[in-house]
Write a protein that binds this ligand. Structure first.
Ligand code: AMP
Ligand code: GLY
Length: 432
């Protein structure tokens, strides 16, 4: 069969690579992909929903898998369904679980899924009054999509007021800040928990530890994720049972009872474990990035089989199998660089997740031929003169495999040390 993966980053590369190694799959296409993915998988420059539909039809693909949230919340699955094209991902109405944090929190409260105490506000004055009223530190969250940066964790009232000003008055994330959720700040163990679901059956995936902060020891700003590893020490039947019973099943069932449609695809639960209770911090309607880069390599069951089981509502028919190897992903990011225009210095950019430069040649990849190392490309493009160049904040993921976490970690760090581009920066404590 022929599969189309819609994505442009490291997660998309990991999904496409999984299909590439699937015995049922003859060809994989990635749209739009990137210049690094294109080294091993055919990429086509389709971005808008209509372009993707046209591509899927002209290439006569048998299956489409959607990576990121924005095409899902824009309704690409509904469009593909109307063309009778098999597709993995929730329809637009179901993508609201990520598209509106307020919707999901209110649903959780209604059906008894554990969430931190919260209120929803559509104006800054009432939001600020609430911050004065509550006696604990809060997290201020933009209701809509903000590329994973819309939640501001505050230590005091002053920071919380500033967060409301940024989201609701300065509109740093545009309309995503028309509403905010203000919730109690929780302290516990944070994990990302993913499930496949056909709307009825839930199949938990292995657990990954994500590293969200920019610098070592969890310092600096939140990013999309600077690295990850899997398996996690908490992974296993007990955690699966706890999260399935307390969060995943009630949320998927509660959603379908309320809206009259099933939730199908991948559901990502961002959880804070406080003692024995898994509190839902956020729900996402897709695989995580960089979590997918360490979870998918553990998949033994063909991805195409799981995809059609989800689509046909028969996920319970066959068990999904995973290997027990360790995978450790270290992200090479665009760090601090000096900027020039017309030969004149313009000062420094501090680097991802703040401003960063682009277009720096990437070298050293050709020196990596370690069977336990895989590179998933994220923010890269190709230049006629310079070859592969940086084109984003997270540039590439170096994933090591081993029988232990220490081994996997050593592979990733040994190989990332061979890569060079101007300003390259990575955390040195992933999996430590
Ligand atoms: P979210 O976009 O809701 O996943 O939030 C982004 C990050 O902020 C999470 O991964 C947590 O690290 C942190 N966070 C979100 N909500 C809370 C909370 N209620 N208490 C503590 N930290 C939180
Ligand atoms: N790693 C966090 C995310 O994908 O949203």
């Amino acid at each position: 069969m022929k599969v189309l993966v819609v994505d442009s980053g490291g997660r998309g590369h990991a999904i496409a690579w999984q299909f590439k190694n699937d015995p049922n799959v003859k060809e994989v296409i990635c749209a739009p992909g990137n210049a690094g993915i294109a080294l091993e998988i055919r990429c086509r420059n389709a971005k808008k929903s209509e372009e993707i539909i046209d591509l899927a039809k002209s290439e006569k693909v048998d299956l489409v898998f959607i990576g990121p949230e924005s095409p899902l919340t824009n309704g690409i699955v509904d469009l593909l369904n109307s063309e009778d094209m098999p597709v993995v991902g929730p329809v637009k109405k179901a993508s609201i679980l990520e598209g509106s944090k307020a919707y999901t929190k209110l649903l959780c409260r209604e059906i008894g899924v554990p969430v931190a105490e919260f209120e929803v506000f559509d104006g800054p004055e009432a939001a600020k009054d609430y911050i004065e009223y509550v006696k604990y530190p809060v997290v201020v969250k933009a209701d809509g999509l903000a590329q994973g940066k819309g939640s501001i964790v505050c230590t005091d009232k002053q920071e919380a007021h500033q967060a409301v000003t940024q989201l609701m008055i300065e509109k740093i994330f545009g309309d995503a800040g028309n509403k905010v959720v203000i919730e109690k700040r929780l302290y516990g163990k944070e994990i990302s928990f993913f499930v496949f679901t056909d709307g009825e059956t839930i199949v938990p995936m292995p657990v990954a530890q994500d590293y969200k902060r920019a610098y070592d020891n969890d310092e600096g700003l939140n990013t999309g994720g600077m690295g990850a590893y899997s398996p996690h020490s908490l992974e296993g039947g007990e955690l699966n049972k706890l999260v399935s019973e307390k969060v995943a099943r009630p949320l998927i069932q509660g959603f379908s009872e309320k809206e009259g449609i099933p939730y199908k695809g991948v559901l990502y639960l961002g959880l804070m474990l406080v003692e024995e209770t898994p509190y839902l911090l956020e729900a996402n309607v897709r695989l995580g990035d960089p979590e997918a880069e360490v979870i998918l390599p553990r998949l033994k069951t063909p991805m195409s089989d799981i995809s059609f089981q989800i689509i046909n509502g028969v996920l319970s028919e066959r068990e999904v199998e995973w290997n027990q190897d360790y995978y450790c992903d270290v992200v090479a990011a665009a760090g601090r660089t000096k900027q020039f225009r017309n030969g004149k210095s313009k000062g420094w950019y501090s680097g991802y997740p703040a401003r960063y430069g682009k277009g720096y040649p990437i070298s050293g990849i050709e020196d990596i031929n370690d069977p336990d190392c895989k590179i998933f490309f994220a923010g890269v493009s190709i230049s006629e003169k310079k070859g592969l160049v940086t084109d984003g904040g997270r540039v590439l993921h170096v994933v090591g495999r081993g029988r232990t976490l220490q081994e996997a970690r050593a592979v990733a760090y040994r190989n990332i040390a061979k890569i060079h581009f101007e300003g390259i920066r990575y955390r040195t404590d992933i999996g430590k």
